[in-house]
Design a protein around this ligand. Structure first.
Ligand code: PHE
Length: 468
């Protein structure tokens, strides 16, 4: 029987939870959450983030998983089934993973390169100035890494929902968790004396992460903290990119959705916190407060390698575990991005899984090559509306994350809150006979609060409102 006729499903709740958590736990948890928490007043950010996770984040995740399970359709086709008028959301929601996949695989290739580098070379060699720039601007190496990373991702998706995505996540996610916990424990034992004779410890660094900094709290810093936490959470849960609709469509009707959604959130938030415990103490001990100004690629590809190099013998071992862990996080996220596009091609055009996977992988490879050329032959600086300057990768990231995602999420809130009504979601959650505990909160959030919060995120991305 052709795969397009019978829809696959996850074998049980655990498979779904780990696959969705695999999508949610990604580079954002590791390279952005710790930085934002340290910058935005430590405990204050953490508290704001937690409150938003159980309200705002929960609402969006619940809405998307329910749309998926109810329609049993891919992102591209699901929204039109819910409401004809909102079919266009599906197009945008499927475009987001289509745009993200190429550059996410480019970054996945960078992670792979660093893992290999630490297996082959000493931490001192990887920490030399210009190592990262030298690598990403090279002609062939980034292309090879992109290809290998994309190939692994495509292989998992090609194997299907059960033997591919589910089995892969069931193996990788528990290992990832153990690795993150292990590195976090190690980070807390660090103590370092710098050239001026000042000793700082990992435990002192931990305070920067968790103790609220009320001294620098003003109305403006609080506003910035809230907007940062919202943006981070939104990205971290992989909502508004079609993924949770696609994964929701593979959940069985008798599964307790509410419970699974809570577990996904707990997993994602726990890994974000642990990433903070892993990174902030180490950065603080070795580089002090100033060292915490790095986030994103410069944090993990430039700042951390310098710390690994200073750690002596343990540095190399730790670096290998760290980059293997980041690779796992990136792989499971990339798998979910590819699946969102592949399922869309299958449902819209009736392609087989194999055909859809091959077509989309070739397109992603071609676009990934363009992204790589953006650091090399086609290098240029582009000023984005939010004030950042970037290359092709950053432009694609900006369009998908900063513009399309908030629009998808706002439209989704309007569709569910006002047009098709919230019973679509509550019926879906209660279908298995389980309780929808936060139903009233969900209704208030999706109708009123979430769209307003999302509008603020959108205005900030467009550079209309600024928080300093
Ligand atoms: N949720 C992932 C993270 O926090 C990000 C992600 C981006 C996942 C794109 C899938 C696709 O890093």
């Amino acid at each position: 029987m052709s795969e397009t006729k019978k829809r696959n499903s996850f074998s049980g709740s655990i498979g779904f939870v780990l696959a969705a958590a695999g999508s949610a736990v990604g580079l954002g948890n590791i390279w952005r959450f710790p930085y934002l928490a340290a910058r935005d007043g430590g405990g204050i950010f953490i508290l704001v983030y937690l409150i938003l996770a159980i309200t705002f984040g929960y609402t969006l995740l619940t809405a998307e998983v329910s749309i998926g399970r109810k329609t049993k359709q891919s992102p591209l086709t699901a929204y039109g089934v819910v409401s004809k008028k909102f079919k266009w959301i599906g197009v945008l929601a499927a475009l987001v993973p289509f745009i993200i996949l190429p550059y996410y695989c480019v970054i996945g290739g960078w992670v792979l390169k660093y893992l290999i580098a630490y297996i082959q070379s000493t931490p001192a060699e990887v920490a030399v100035d210009g190592y990262f720039t030298g690598f990403i601007t090279a002609e062939t190496m980034p292309m090879i890494m992109l290809f290998v990373f994309l190939f692994m991702v495509a292989f998992v998706v090609y194997r299907g929902v059960n033997s591919g995505i589910e089995s892969f996540s069931k193996v990788l996610m528990p290992i990832l968790l153990v690795m993150v916990i292990g590195i976090s424990c190690f980070a807390l034992t660090i103590s370092h004396t710098d050239a001026e004779g000042v000793t700082r410890t990992g435990l002192q660094g931990l305070k920067v992460l968790f103790i609220p900094d009320f001294k620098s709290l003003t109305a403006e810093t609080l506003a910035r903290t809230i907007v940062d936490a919202m943006g981070q959470l939104f990205f971290s849960l992989s909502v508004a990119m079609g993924i949770m609709v696609a994964y929701g469509s593979y959940v069985r009707d008798d599964a307790n959705l509410n419970k699974s959604i809570n577990q996904i959130e707990i997993f994602d938030t726990a890994v974000a916190f642990l990433a903070g415990v892993m990174i902030i103490p180490a950065v603080y001990a070795f580089s002090g407060r100033e060292g915490m100004n790095a986030s994103g690629p410069s944090l993990i590809f430039i700042s951390l390698p310098k710390i690994f190099a200073e750690m002596g013998g343990a540095g190399r071992f730790l670096a290998i575990i760290f980059f293997a862990m980041v690779l796992f996080a990136a792989l499971t996220s990339a798998v979910s991005v590819l699946e969102a596009v592949v399922s869309s091609l299958m449902d819209q055009f009736g392609f087989s899984r194999t055909k859809a996977t091959i077509i989309e992988s070739i397109i992603a490879l071609a676009l990934g090559v363009v992204v790589n050329l953006g650091y090399n032959k086609w290098y240029f600086d582009f000023k984005l509306p939010n004030g950042d300057v970037g290359q092709i990768l950053d432009i694609m990231d900006y369009i998908s994350n900063a513009i399309f995602m908030p629009i998808v999420a706002i439209a989704e809130c309007i569709m569910i809150g006002w047009v098709v009504k919230t019973t679509l979601v509550s019926d879906e959650i209660e279908k298995s006979g389980d309780k929808f505990g936060r139903k009233n909160m969900f209704i208030v959030m999706i109708k009123f609060i979430a769209p307003v919060l999302l509008a603020v995120i959108l205005l900030k991305s467009l550079g209309v409102v600024k928080f300093n």
